[in-house]
Design a protein around this ligand. Structure first.
Ligand SMILES: NC(=O)c1ccc[n+]([C@@H]2O[C@H](COP(=O)([O-])OP(=O)(O)OC[C@H]3O[C@@H](n4cnc5c(N)ncnc54)[C@H](OP(=O)(O)O)[C@@H]3O)[C@@H](O)[C@H]2O)c1
Length: 316
């Protein structure tokens, strides 16, 4: 089968489409034929070695964490899954469950059964590959970490991005007042996802325009993070998914500020899949690349200009 692999840390030029033996199925694993994978910024960070202290990779490493596909065969202990089932999964890069730590950019993948979820039936199977990391992170941030409630005001940075596009929709869906930053070219998109107010961060300073926000989700880091403390009301909640916030700043503003690493969670992903089927959540697809053009896809992701998700497909 074909798979995108690296043999050492370095630039995305190191990633190559190779012919390798099909993976062997374990007792509690499921063999999935990949319909599509989605690219996350984490993929380029893993390839470069920037994350090697957190997620040390065993080389050669098959790139990619997020996938949708069809079950080919289930191990003896994974009898809940049948040939032909439509599934989605995130291959947890930091979990001992997933000994391959990645592997979605391939024609076939062995997925630990505990990481597998039924794909939304109302979404095209390839598109649903955009869900696992980005929607899972938005959910973990808003509902499991900040405990966002209806009626609260939330600021979602980069509402046009992968995580941001889901965070805007999820926050609006539960009845929060949603403010989001985006460039002017993406303002219509972010409004269409449910944002009540979109701030063009290139022409307006959100930290001057906003006060008394309950929750900020920082998906950008740097100056965006450092300017976010002051827009929160006392008792507010700042979550960065890019870098740990400064605890002295948090204390000075009387807020809680935290960083977390997304953890794959099949039950959470199942709830997300259900929202797609209920017509409450959509996946914005920026572009779809063939697996053989994965370097173009990775470069587009690294440009930080993607609108929603970038997909890779073994067959188009
Ligand atoms: N901690 C975790 O577990 C975790 C999980 C997932 C992601 N992450 C990290 O979170 C970050 C975001 O991930 P992602 O998948 O959402 O990224 P992404 O899809 O690549 O984000 C691209 C978007 O960012 C927007 N953007 C860029 N600079 C901006 C700025 N200064 N202000 C507002 N918007 C800006 C762009 O919109 P415009 O063109 O409109 O500027 C573009 O739509 C990455 O660093 C990723 O590694 C962490």
């Amino acid at each position: 089968m074909k798979a995108v692999r690296i043999h050492q840390y370095g630039s995305i030029d190191n990633a190559a489409l190779e012919e390798i033996p099909a993976p062997k199925l374990g007792l509690d694993e499921v063999l999935v034929q990949v319909e599509a994978a989605s690219i996350n910024p984490l993929d380029t960070k893993l390839i470069s070695g920037d994350m090697k202290d957190y997620f040390p990779l065993t080389m050669p490493y098959t790139v990619g964490t997020d996938l949708s596909g069809t079950v080919v065969e289930a191990g003896l202990l994974a009898a809940r899954w049948k040939q032909g089932d439509r599934v989605i999964a995130r291959l947890e890069p930091g979990s001992s469950l997933n000994k391959h730590r990645g592997g979605a950019f391939a024609e076939f993948v062995v997925v630990p059964a505990q990481l597998l979820t039924t794909a939304p039936t109302k979404l095209d199977l390839a598109t649903s590959a955009g869900l696992p990391t980005a929607a899972g992170t938005a959910w973990q941030a808003l509902f499991e970490t900040a405990h966002l409630k209806p009626g609260q005001t939330v600021l979602v940075h980069a509402g046009a991005g992968g995580v941001g596009s889901f965070a805007v929709q999820l926050a609006k869906y539960i009845g929060a007042h949603v403010i989001s930053t985006a460039s002017a070219a993406n303002a219509d998109l972010v409004h269409s996802l449910g944002a009540d107010q979109v701030i063009d961060y290139r022409t307006e300073d959100f930290s001057v325009a906003l006060r008394d926000v309950d929750v900020v989700l920082d998906t950008v880091g740097g100056e965006t993070l450092s300017k976010s403390y002051q827009v929160l009301k006392p008792g507010g909640f700042l979550i960065s998914i890019v870098m740990p916030p400064d605890q002295e700043q948090a204390e000075a503003h009387d807020i809680t500020a935290t960083f977390f690493g997304h953890r794959s969670h099949a039950a959470r992903l199942d709830l997300i899949s259900g929202l797609c089927d209920a017509g409450k959540l959509r996946v914005i697809v920026d572009r779809t690349f063939h697996l053989s053009d994965m370097q173009d896809g990775l470069a587009h992701s690294a440009s930080r200009r993607a609108r929603g998700k970038i997909l890779l497909r073994p067959a188009v």
